[in-house]
Design a protein around this ligand. Structure first.
Ligand code: ADP
Ligand code: MG
Length: 372
């Protein structure tokens, strides 16, 4: 009997090995891609543009720590002394960064990127944060991200809910700036109006100085204004063309008014402090809101945000909310800790830039002036 044998095809040992290697290789690639998607992005941010040394840690866009050290030394001088600010930053930067990392429970070797304020601000102060960020990025071999401080003030709105939708209008008011910013998206903003002389924060601080309040006087004016009559001393608001602002006129007006009244009654300031604060605050807010209304109409916009140190002012917050209700706008007001200078907002801006792949190299230098 003849048995028919099936013909066995000889296997090529090299071929099976290759197939196996290819299979493992594909699995490895998929695993690496998977790890990449679940890997956390740990970002350290540093702010040193003026008189706050601050460091923050953000993980995948979520703020984990935001340490702020405010320099008290300037109170003695009635304003920020640039050289003293630089020295204070040098003293504070290592403890502040260390505390931010500890609070976030992150080791410096786990960091994936470093964001820092490149400007605008005091050159010597910016130099401290910039040099520190550059050195750490070099030592850890991780990317460096430069941040515009004014852009970061606007992006502070994205740290917590509710967040505005793009595009929206933002009134940025601080000790050094007064701007109406048209925010197209996180990284594209246009200044459509700004002060031609002093910033509104400066007007608050200088008025405070005239009535004997310590620096920074803005928060103290706010506090006293709550007990005063805002209509007691009316000041003329002046008129600037378009969407620009000017605060030097009202500042001089307040100075002459106080000089005239104290000549008649040397106790005038002491006897009328709360009413002076309430009247000055009302006038400054009127000047801001007048332009906000105009800009919102021009842009047919329904969302308004405020940012910067002066956005902590209770009068501005409540009057903008009232105006928003009347006009049918959504009003976005940041939490107090994100109004004045802080590294949390630098981290938020850094996060957007990291996602967009916008990095800086080691040649970067700070900029005292830095347009949006
Ligand atoms: P800069 O970035 O220019 O240093 P910040 O954003 O830190 O300014 O804001 C500081 C300014 O904000 C100061 O002029 C301070 O007086 C002002 N400011 C802070 N809180 C208030 C408040 N409640 N009312 C008015 N002004 C305030
Ligand atoms: Mg600021």
């Amino acid at each position: 009997m003849k048995v028919k044998m099936s013909k066995k095809i000889p296997t090529n040992p090299y071929r099976t090995d290759l197939a196996r290697i290819f299979r493992y290789f594909t699995m490895f690639i998929f695993f690496a891609l998977f790890l990449q998607t679940i890997r956390k992005m740990n970002l350290l941010a540093i702010e040193s543009s003026c008189d706050e040394t601050s460091a923050a840690v953000m993980v995948d866009g979520v703020l984990k720590s935001n340490v702020i050290s405010t320099q008290l030394i300037h109170t003695e001088w009635g304003g920020v002394v640039p050289e003293l600010a630089s020295r204070e930053h040098q003293k504070a930067i290592i403890p502040v960064v260390t505390e931010a990392l500890q609070k976030a429970n992150i080791n410096k070797n786990e960091l994936n990127a470093i964001a820092f304020t490149r400007g605008p601000g005091l050159l010597g102060a910016l130099l401290v944060g910039t040099s520190f960020a550059k050195s750490l990025s070099l030592a850890l071999n991780i990317p460096l991200i430069e941040v515009n401080h004014m852009q970061a003030h606007v992006l502070a709105h994205f740290i917590e809910d509710p967040k505005p939708q793009f595009p929206f209008l933002c009134l940025t008011v601080s000790g050094g700036h007064t701007q109406l910013v048209w925010v197209k998206d996180a990284l594209h903003m246009e200044v459509i109006g700004e002060t031609q002389d002093d910033a509104v924060g400066e007007a608050f601080d200088k008025t405070a100085k005239l009535i004997g309040l310590p620096y920074p006087g803005g928060p103290l004016i706010d506090k006293l204004a709550k007990e005063g009559n805002p209509d007691r001393f009316p000041f003329s608001l002046g008129e600037m063309p378009g969407l620009n602002f000017s605060f030097s006129g009202i500042k001089t007006q307040i100075l002459y008014f106080l000089q005239k009244e104290t000549q008649k009654n040397p106790q005038f300031v002491e006897e009328n402090k709360a009413d002076i604060c309430a009247s000055v605050q009302k006038s400054l807010i009127d000047m801001l809101l007048r332009k906000v209304k105009k800009a919102m109409r021009e842009k047919s916009c329904k969302q308004i945000a405020i940012a910067g140190g002066v956005s902590a002012n209770s009068g501005l917050r409540s009057r903008l909310s009232e105006m928003g209700e009347k006009e049918g706008w959504d009003v976005f007001i940041p939490a107090f800790q994100y109004c004045t200078d802080n590294a949390g907002m630098i981290a938020m801006a850094g996060h957007f830039k990291y996602e967009a792949g916008e990095f800086t190299n080691q040649d970067v230098t700070p900029l005292a002036r830095y347009n949006l």
